[in-house]
Design a protein around this ligand. Structure first.
Ligand code: ATP
Length: 247
């Protein structure tokens, strides 16, 4: 049996916006070499959770342990240097820079490993190798998403946080990205995903959580959550008792 080692532990974390709590005493553990998915309704706190882990938002209470170190007060660049890298939602590339220059920006924390990271990124995303001199703004939506993830990989993550990675992608690109995420995991990188594409995000997960109004309300494997009546009712409008599905 696989022995799971905790990589990140979120303990009792509360985050507020202007005094209004968006995360309420969250507890969650992420083990190394897993794909962890967080799903939940709009405004339930998924992005806030990712930003708190990445050091972009500061909890008003609670502790975040990463590899046995408390990181909730560290500056963002120190968090990135420790291998915890956040890729926000959207396809935000530097549009007037080339693909290569965009990747170079991601390598800023460890220039000395740039060459090996670049060959890793090009192995994962061969389309970026083919288009490395192209201006990033001219890439397709799917390629821009690849570039945002690749830029994150250039920082050498141990834990890669991807906010809504499937948003805006064509179905064929969604399928491809699922395979790519599994390949990234096989390279020893732990993935933490959040997003609206509930079925996709849960199917690719080794462990998953449902968040509602800033609280974790369910946890289990992705398949367990997909089949859970509460999640089905909350996110798909499928009421178990009546068997009536609301499209
Ligand atoms: P979505 O799936 O729609 O992206 P989410 O689950 O990622 O939503 P968050 O964006 O984390 O949810 O928002 C959680 C709560 O915090 C919501 O009530 C939201 O309105 C509020 N919120 C988020 N960002 C801010 C902000 N900058 N200022 C004030 N309130 C905010």
């Amino acid at each position: 049996m696989e022995i799971l080692k905790p990589l990140l532990k979120i303990c009792n974390v509360t985050v507020q916006y202007d005094g209004i709590p968006a995360l309420k005493k969250i507890n969650l553990t992420i083990c190394a070499n897993q794909i962890i998915s967080v799903v939940g309704p709009n405004g339930s706190g998924k992005t806030t959770l990712m930003k708190a882990v990445a050091g972009i938002l500061r909890p008003i209470e609670g502790v975040i342990h990463y590899q046995h170190e408390m990181i909730q007060s560290l500056p963002i660049h120190e968090i990135v240097r420790r291998g915890l890298v956040y890729v926000p939602e959207g396809m935000n590339v530097f549009p007037f820079m080339s693909v290569m220059e965009n990747l170079d920006v991601g390598a800023y924390v460890a220039r000395e490993q740039k060459k090996e990271r670049l060959s890793f990124v090009f192995e994962i995303f061969p389309a970026l190798a083919d288009n490395q001199r192209k201006t990033a703004g001219t890439l397709s939506g799917g390629q821009k998403r690849m570039l945002t993830i690749a830029r994150g990989l250039m920082s050498g993550p141990k834990l890669l946080l991807l906010d809504d990675p499937f948003l805006g992608l064509a179905p064929k690109d969604v399928n491809r990205l699922c395979d790519t995420l599994k390949r990234i995991r096989r390279h020893g990188i732990t993935l933490f995903l959040a997003g609206q594409h509930v079925r996709r995000i849960l199917r690719v997960a080794t462990k998953a959580f449902l968040i509602e109004e800033g609280k974790i309300t369910l946890s289990g494997t992705g398949d367990q959550l997909l089949g859970h009546p509460h999640l089905r009712e909350t996110l798909f409008g499928i009421v178990a008792e009546s068997g009536i599905e609301i499209p």
